[in-house]
Design a protein around this ligand. Structure first.
Ligand code: NAD
Ligand code: MG
Length: 404
C-alpha cells in the first residue's frame, strides 16, 4: 500500500453513498484522509462528520446554513472551514491536494462539481449517474483530455468494470467493445418493489411504498427511480458512455435477488459475472483502493441462504420509463438530458403527493416529445435543454395532467 494517505473529497457526504463512503474511510484511517465534505441539508449529520473526520472544508448550499454550521464548529473547537455555494463545490472537487473525489450528490446538481473533478484529473468515484445522463459525451471527453481515473460506483457498472478486460475498462475509448472481444453487456435489475404488483393498482402507489426497495437501502430519489425502472434506463445511458458501448450492445436482465450485479458476455460465449451481497460498500471500497482490494466490512455472500438466482426479461409495458431511456438514447442530442430533468421534476412531484406513480412516465414521455431536437454540443446547450425540460415539466404539472 502507498506510504502517504490518499486525500478525498466526498461530495454529498450526508447521503446514503456518502455515509457508506465514510464508513469505509473510518476503517482505514492510515490510508485515507478527508479534504472536504459537502451536504445540502442534514446539517447535524454534517457537523458530526466534520467532528469525526476533521476535514479542511465543509461545503453547504447557502450562507445561512454556512453561518450556523461555522458557529457550531467553532464553539466545538474545530479547525474546519465552512464554505457555501456551487463554486465552492467545484473548488473542493478540483483542489490540488485532493487525489480522489467521491461524486455522490444526487441529480443534475452533481454534474458541475463532478465535471470539475474530471477536468482536474482526479480519481473520480462516480456514483452520480445523472452526470453521464446529462452530459455523457462531454464528461468522457474531459476524462480523456485530463487523464482522470474514472471508477464507476453504481453497483452494476462497478461489476461490469470488474469483469471487462483491464485495457478496455481503463481506456474504453481506445477501441469499441467488439474489438475488445466483448459481445454485450448484461445489466441486471432487481425489478424494484412493483415487479409483480397488479398493474391496475399502480395509480394508488404511495411514496412510502415506492421508496421501500426490496434489496437496497438508498436515497429517496434513486429509490423511486428503481421502482419505476427509470433507474435502469439511466444506467443503460450511463453504461453507454462509461464503456463506449453502443445501445444495442446493452441488454437489461431482471434478476430479483440482486446478487449478480451485472455480467459481460464475450465473443467466445463466456459470460463473466460479479456477485456479492447487496451492499454499496463493496463497489465503494473497490473504487477507493483500486487496483488493490480492501475489506469494507460487508457481510459475506452466503450462496446457500440465497438458494437460487432467477432471471427474467424486463416488462416494458409495466415499466415504460425503461423504454423512454432507450428512446432518448436513440434520439441523441440533448434528449437524455431532457429525460433526466423531466424525471427529476416528476419524482419530486410524486414524493410531494402532486403526481401519481404512473404520472412519472407520462410526464417524462410528454416532455421528451415536446422538448426535442436540441443539440448536446457544449455545457451551455446541455444546461439550456435541462432548463427547458424542467419548465415544460412544471407546465405539464400546472395543467393538472396528473392521473394516468
Ligand atoms: P441521497 O439523497 O441519500 O444523498 C444525496 C446527497 O447529495 C446528500 O448529501 C445531499 O445533501 C446532497 N445534495 C442533494 N441536493 C443537492 C444539491 N442541490 N446541491 C448539492 N448537494 C446536494 O442520495 P444517494 O442515494 O446517496 O445517491 C447519490 C447518487 O449516487 C445519486 O446520483 C444516485 O443515483 C447514485 N447512486 C446511489 C446508490 C445508493 O445505493 N444509494 C447506488 C448507485 C448510485
Ligand atoms: Mg445501480
Amino acid at each position: 500500500m502507498s506510504a502517504s494517505p490518499r486525500t478525498l473529497t466526498v461530495l454529498g457526504s450526508t447521503g446514503s453513498i456518502g455515509v457508506s463512503t465514510l464508513d469505509v474511510v473510518a476503517r482505514y484511517p492510515e490510508r485515507y484522509r478527508i479534504h472536504a465534505l459537502t451536504g445540502a441539508t442534514q446539517l447535524d449529520r454534517l457537523f458530526e462528520q466534520a467532528q469525526a473526520f476533521r476535514p479542511r472544508f465543509v461545503v453547504v448550499l447557502d450562507e445561512a446554513s454556512a453561518e450556523q454550521l461555522a458557529t457550531r464548529l467553532k464553539a466545538a473547537g474545530s479547525q474546519t472551514e465552512v464554505l457555501c455555494g456551487e463554486a465552492a463545490l467545484e473548488q473542493v472537487a478540483a483542489a490540488p491536494e485532493v487525489c480522489t473525489v467521491m461524486a455522490a450528490i444526487v441529480g443534475a446538481a452533481g454534474m458541475k462539481p463532478t465535471l470539475a473533478a474530471a477536468r482536474a484529473g482526479k480519481r473520480v468515484l462516480l456514483a452520480n449517474k445523472e452526470t453521464l445522463v446529462l452530459a455523457g459525451r462531454l464528461f468522457m471527453d474531459e476524462v480523456k483530455a485530463s487523464g482522470a481515473e474514472l471508477l464507476p460506483i453504481d453497483s452494476e457498472h462497478n461489476a461490469i468494470f470488474q469483469v471487462l478486460p483491464r485495457a478496455h475498462r481503463e481506456h474504453p475509448y481506445a477501441q469499441g467493445l467488439r474489438e475488445s472481444g466483448v459481445k454485450r453487456i448484461l445489466l441486471t435489475a432487481s425489478g424494484g418493489p412493483f415487479r409483480t404488483r397488479a398493474l391496475d393498482t399502480f395509480a394508488a402507489i404511495t411514496p412510502a411504498e415506492a421508496v421501500k426497495h426490496p434489496n437496497w437501502s438508498m436515497g429517496r430519489k434513486i429509490s423511486v427511480d428503481s421502482a419505476s425502472m427509470m433507474n435502469k434506463g439511466l444506467e443503460v445511458i450511463e453504461a453507454r458512455w462509461l464503456f463506449n458501448a453502443q445501445p444495442d450492445e446493452i441488454s437489461v436482465v431482471v434478476h430479483p435477488q440482486s446478487i449478480v450485479h451485472s455480467m459481460v458476455e464475450y465473443a467466445d460465449g463466456s459470460v463473466l459475472a460479479q456477485m456479492g451481497s447487496p451492499d454499496m460498500r463493496t463497489p465503494i471500497a473497490y473504487g477507493m483502493a483500486y487496483p488493490e482490494r480492501i475489506d469494507p466490512g460487508v457481510k459475506p455472500l452466503d450462496l446457500f441462504s440465497v438458494g437460487r438466482l432467477d432471471f427474467e426479461a424486463p416488462d416494458l409495458a409495466r415499466f415504460p420509463c425503461l423504454r423512454l431511456a432507450f428512446e432518448a438514447l436513440a434520439a441523441g442530442g440533448a434528449a437524455t438530458a431532457v429525460l433526466n430533468a423531466a424525471n427529476e421534476v416528476a419524482v419530486a412531484a410524486f414524493l410531494d403527493g402532486r403526481l401519481s406513480f404512473p404520472g412519472i412516465a407520462a410526464l417524462s414521455e410528454a416532455v421528451l416529445e415536446q422538448v426535442s431536437g436540441l443539440p448536446a454540443g457544449d455545457l451551455e446547450s446541455l444546461l439550456q435543454a435541462d432548463g427547458a425540460a424542467r419548465e415544460a415539466a412544471r407546465a405539464w404539472l400546472a395543467r393538472g395532467e396528473r392521473a394516468c
